[in-house]
Design a protein around this ligand. Structure first.
Ligand SMILES: [Fe+2]
Length: 290
C-alpha cells in the first residue's frame, strides 16, 4: 500500500497557545483552543506539566462535564498517583518492570469510540474529542524513526476521491463495530453511520470509516466482501492523501476532533523504552462551539 507521510501538514497539527499553561487559560484562550481544533482537526500545545486530575479539569472546563459513565477504580500502587484520575486512561507501559503495552490495538487506523453505543441525539459528527498528553516518550519507534502518532485528514480524503466515487459513497452507510471485534455479536453495539458526513460546526464533508471491522449496510451476511470493500476504499484514501505524523515531545498535548481525522499509533519496543500517555475524551456539551 502506497503511503506518503509528512511531518508538516497544511491543516493538521497546528501548534497553538505557545508559552501558555493549560491550567490557567482565560476564557478567550479557551475559545481560541476550540476554534483552532474545529478548524485544524488536530492541534498541539507544547511544554505542559499536567497531572491526570489537571488534564481532566482542563477537559471539563473546555467541553463541559463528561456524560460517560466510569466505573470507579482503586489507585494502582505501581503507578504514580499524579498519573491517575477517574476517566483518564493511562496508555503505554507505565509500570516498572513490565513490558505489557496498554492500548496497542490502536496501532491500526481507526476513529475512536466505536466501541461505545451511539450518543443519543447526535449524528456521527458527535464532536467527540480526544486529548492525549505525552508524559514519557520512547526515543524511537520500531522503525527507528522518532515516536509519532499518525493522522489522516478525512475531509481532504473525501475531496481527493473522484466525483463519481464521492456520489456513490454519499448513498451508503456502514455499521461500525469495535476495532477488536471481527464478528457481529448480540452484545456488541452496532452503530449505523453515513460514510460521507457533514461536520456539525464547520459544515465540511468528510469520510467517516470507523475501522476495518465496519460493515456496509447490505453486506451484513458477507463479511469478507465487507472487509474487501473497506480495505479497497481505505487503500484509495492512503494513495491519494498524505499521512500527517506528529513527532512527540515530552509535555505535548495533542488534541484531535475524531469526526475529522482517523489516527494510528506507531509500535515501539517496550523492552527498551517506556511510554506513558494520558488520554481523556469528551463530547462537546457546552453548545458554544466557537
Ligand atoms: Fe485511538
Amino acid at each position: 500500500m502506497q503511503q506518503q507521510t509528512v511531518q508538516q501538514h497544511p491543516r493538521l497539527g497546528k501548534e497553538i497557545l505557545q508559552g501558555c499553561n493549560l491550567t490557567q487559560l482565560t476564557t478567550p484562550q479557551i475559545q481560541e483552543f476550540k476554534q483552532s481544533l474545529w478548524e485544524h482537526g488536530v492541534i498541539v500545545v507544547r511544554n505542559q506539566h499536567l497531572t491526570a486530575s489537571q488534564l481532566k479539569e482542563f477537559n471539563n472546563q473546555t467541553f463541559g462535564e463528561s456524560n460517560f459513565k466510569y466505573q470507579p477504580k482503586p489507585l494502582d500502587p505501581g503507578i504514580d498517583p499524579d498519573l491517575q484520575s477517574l476517566g483518564v486512561a493511562i496508555l503505554g507501559n507505565p509500570k516498572e518492570n513490565t513490558q505489557e503495552i496498554v492500548g496497542q490495538f490502536a496501532w491500526q487506523w481507526h476513529h475512536d469510540k466505536d466501541f461505545l453505543p451511539r450518543t443519543e441525539g447526535l449524528d456521527m459528527n458527535s464532536l467527540y474529542v480526544v486529548m492525549l498528553y505525552g508524559v514519557e516518550i520512547p526515543a524511537e519507534g520500531v522503525d527507528g524513526q522518532p515516536h509519532t502518532t499518525e493522522f489522516l485528514d478525512m475531509v481532504e480524503a473525501y475531496n481527493n476521491l473522484d466525483p463519481e466515487h464521492r456520489r456513490q459513497l454519499e448513498q451508503m452507510s456502514m455499521y461500525h463495530l469495535p476495532p477488536r471485534t471481527y464478528q457481529p455479536a448480540p452484545d456488541v453495539p452496532m452503530k449505523k453511520h453515513p460514510i460521507v458526513s457533514t461536520h456539525k460546526v464547520t459544515g465540511q464533508r468528510g469520510l467517516y470509516l470507523g475501522s476495518d471491522t465496519s460493515i456496509p449496510v447490505g453486506m451484513e451476511d458477507e463479511l469478507n466482501l465487507a472487509k474487501q470493500f473497506w480495505q479497497k476504499l481505505f487503500q484509495t484514501v492512503l494513495e491519494r492523501t498524505p499521512v500527517y505524523a506528529h513527532v512527540w515531545q515530552k509535555g505535548d498535548l495533542v488534541v484531535w476532533d475524531n469526526s475529522q481525522v482517523m489516527h494510528a499509533g506507531i509500535p515501539y519496543d517496550a523492552n527498551k523504552y517506556k511510554r506513558i500517555a494520558l488520554r481523556v475524551a469528551a463530547v462537546d456539551n457546552t453548545q458554544t462551539f466557537i
